[in-house]
Design a protein around this ligand. Sequence first.
Ligand code: SF4
Ligand code: SF4
Length: 418
Amino acid sequence: MYTLKLLSPAIDSFAFKGEEVSNLSFIILNTSWVNLRFDYDSVIRVLEFKKEVRARIESVLDHGAIMEASSDWHAKRNPIPCGMTIHTGISCDFGCLYCYIYDMGFTGKPKPYNLSGLQLVYALTVNPYFTPGVHGTLLAFGSVTEPFMDNTLSRTLEYFRSLRDYLGNPQQVSTKAIIPDNLIDDLRLSVDPDISILISLSTLRHADKLEPRAPPPESRLVFASKLIKRGFHVTLFLRPIIPSITDREIKDILDKASSYNIETIVTGTLRVTPRILKNLEVSRVVDINQLKNRIPENLKPRVQEAIKSSDLKSHIIREAEKRGIRILPASCSANIDSHRQACAACYMGPCGLEEKLPEVDEEGVIGACKALGVRVSQVRIQNNIVNIKCIDKPDKCRVLKHLIISLARRTPKIKITS
Ligand code: SF4
Ligand code: SF4
């Protein structure tokens, strides 16, 4: 059971407006709304909350730690469609042949990310594109490492705790690793209780060749079933779909996943570089001609290109439907689903419980722009698209764009005319 006692790594409670409150109460008080409306008040509330958290952390970290956090990547980067990726470590030694992190320059022994949990929270509070709170920017842990590897796990747990206790944003993690039984309770006590866990799998038969040092796929599914029994929201992440491998095995993969009580899947496209293409060719298990037909002709070194895979996805969706498995359109959709929220921030939505979509109208959006200090000349809402003529500096218009994605959970179409 999730209790207040377990919440904080560093500060269990603190004074807010003269009253002693717990971290969780503080987050709920400031970021959780029933029938949220995107307007002046909600934006002011978010900005004040962000400032308050930043001030709290400044009071406990020394100057050097603050400077390091402020110059970190997490303090500057725009969230990507699945949310803000959180780096819990650098590099990975599972050696998957299709992995693109080695083209991004990550080599060598994996190690935990350099920031402490509090520093990471601080970095996010200075990032202008990040919206804190239960209804804020989605968080995706992993990205350039495997978050549950032996040498990154404790940093990952620290980050889960710090971000849950200080910011409250919806958490998601994708993994191929397996946490030993005796540490699953630590995981439960560290994470956002509604965390979305994605178990990655591309093949049952050829993992020894394609993912040489990752745990066997069957063990990942056993791990998934243990998590489900403990009440976690678990989704099978069929990523990457490897042509001639994943599509041929899909019936077995889905039957096996169902037998372990997995009820939702997300698919993901393979991205290739010349190095990845060569790796897959050398593996001798991938039909390389079929793969080559799906990629642009002139691959450039280190540049990732998504392969054409809509037919493969359609095939997987048909097979999943036959088995009553729910298909979610993207990883962020699983995050929204596990948090019982709603989102219509892109053409693939709306996702989640539509009745939970924040209320958005033109008057509210104009108020939100005012609260943010961004000048706009026109606001028009059509279905779930918020069309705005932004007459301010491009970086301020960009902040507005990300706020519409995260807090209004709508699709922004912003024309910058400054
Ligand atoms: S587990 Fe993930 S990060 Fe590690 S090598 Fe495989 S794809 Fe890359
Ligand atoms: S609408 Fe769905 S797929 Fe699109 S950003 Fe939102 S959760 Fe993700």
